[in-house]
Write a protein that binds this ligand. Structure first.
Ligand code: 0X9
Ligand code: ZN
Length: 429
């Protein structure tokens, strides 16, 4: 009997040990609001010197008094980080007690589950699935959808753009939408897929989308940063940059939204490869940036509107972000995003901030929107989709439809305005 008992204990030793530590720590996302300069400095140290991932703001440089900081703290740093906060009387709230559960929910492949009521577009998809979807969309719509290979990523993944051309009118203008420049912002690629599906399904029945697509072709790049996106699915859900390597450093990745040639690597970007806002070795040093820039350069005479889709924080932004100066059409752009934000509030009861990037969030040079604007695409925007920090980058799949419909309303509002302005300019009085 005694021997049996010993055998049982030995066989279950790992389980017994685990339950003894009933407060086993796990990854968490904390919300912290520093109240003094000393607390700001401590938080800067925590987010740079400990194994954490800063969600908001994007770089420790922007941490300031009385402004919320959202910090992802992995289980292995939890105790040290919390101790440090406590020692400096910095209070915190737990924003997400179990991000791993949310990550699991987002990556679960429930497409084959008959009880699941969500459609393909109400789920997040792996890069492989998205490539498959691109191909299927082209096959299902041979007369209206073309797939254009505009280049490849650092790890040699293809960069595909879908061209939606719903009728053959001559001299059509165009609109560009890119998604997934930042790897961890999963709602962004989900939006590109949503937009394509919506356009193809409602062209016949919705007069607004018909009016837009009758006058413009649309170029959609669903995943601008495929290597980073893939990495968030396989290895690190919090990854932001691309995955390029450089002999001069151990650190991987360039922030592609600091790598465009718009006041490149000035205040608001970093020349340090280990930071999240590393601008790269030179403007357009990254193959992803170069592919987008080359394509837009060669289509600059037809592309009238540029949209880049990000998350999170619910903002409709326009240039400049690389300087505090105003664009020459500042008031026109302001009017457009204001109308879009008002419509979102009316239809979806959700608040979006709006304005020029530098004045609304921070100085951030080297961004695609500013570069596109300087190229001559005068209607250039960056949208930050849902939410405002409840789930952050881990927005549950059940929120995809509302987040995408809101953004779609903003895209439609702005595109319709541009179509009307263009008609007014080209139609003789
Ligand atoms: O910092 C960014 O690149 C964007 N915010 S995010 O949290 N998604 O990283 C804002 C981009 C605004 N536009 C430019 N900086 N040009
Ligand atoms: Zn982003």
């Amino acid at each position: 009997m005694k021997a049996l008992l010993i055998l049982f204990v030995l066989m279950n030793l790992d389980k017994l040990l685990k339950t003894a530590h009933c407060t086993e720590t796990q990854d968490q996302v904390l919300s912290i609001t520093p109240k003094t300069q000393e607390q700001v400095d401590i938080l800067k140290t925590v987010s740079t010197q400990y194994e954490t991932a800063l969600w908001q703001p994007v770089s420790p440089h922007y941490i300031k008094e009385d402004t919320q900081v959202h910090l992802f703290v992995p289980a292995n740093s939890s105790e040290t980080v919390k101790d440090l906060l406590q020692r400096h009387a910095i209070t915190h709230e737990v924003l997400l007690a179990n991000p791993n559960e949310l990550i699991e929910m987002q990556t679960r492949n429930d497409s084959t589950d008959p009880r699941s009521s969500s459609t393909f577009y109400e789920r997040y998809h792996s890069l492989e699935d998205i490539y498959f979807w691109i191909n299927r969309t082209k096959q299902d719509n041979p007369d209206t959808v073309k797939v254009i290979l505009i280049g490849s990523s650092f790890e040699k993944r293809p960069l595909y753009v879908l061209k939606l051309s719903l009728n053959n009118r001559p001299n059509k203008k165009a609109m560009w939408i890119d998604c997934g420049i930042h790897a961890r912002e999963w709602i962004s690629p989900a939006f590109c897929l949503w937009f394509v599906q919506y356009s193809l399904s409602f062209y016949q029945s919705n007069k607004d989308i018909a009016n837009i697509l009758d006058n413009m072709d649309v170029y959609v790049l669903p995943v601008l940063n495929p290597d980073g996106y893939h990495y968030t699915w396989t290895t690190n859900r919090m990854w932001r940059k691309n995955r390029s390597t450089n002999l001069s450093t151990k650190c991987i990745g360039v922030d592609l939204n600091r790598n465009f040639d718009a006041n490149w690597c000035t205040e608001g970007a970093s020349d340090q490869p280990c930071t999240e806002i590393y601008c790269g070795a030179f403007p357009e040093s990254e193959p992803e940036t170069q592919a987008v820039a080359d394509f837009l350069r060669s289509h600059k005479d037809i592309v009238q509107i540029y949209f880049s889709i990000h998350s999170y924080s619910q903002m409709l932004l326009f240039p400049f972000s690389c300087t505090l100066e105003e664009t020459e059409n500042h008031s026109e752009l302001l009017e457009m995003v204001q109308e879009a934000a008002q419509k979102i509030q009316r239809h979806y009861r959700n608040i979006y901030k709006y304005g020029s990037g530098a004045k609304t969030i921070y100085l951030a040079p080297g961004g695609s929107d500013d570069w596109a604007y300087n190229l001559g695409i005068k209607y250039s925007f960056t949208f930050e989709l849902q939410d405002r920090g409840s789930y952050g980058f881990l927005l549950p799949p059940s929120h995809i439809s509302k987040a995408c419909n809101e953004a779609l309303l903003a895209v439609k509002t702005i595109a319709l305005k541009v179509v009307e302005k263009t008609k007014a300019l080209t139609t003789p009085a």
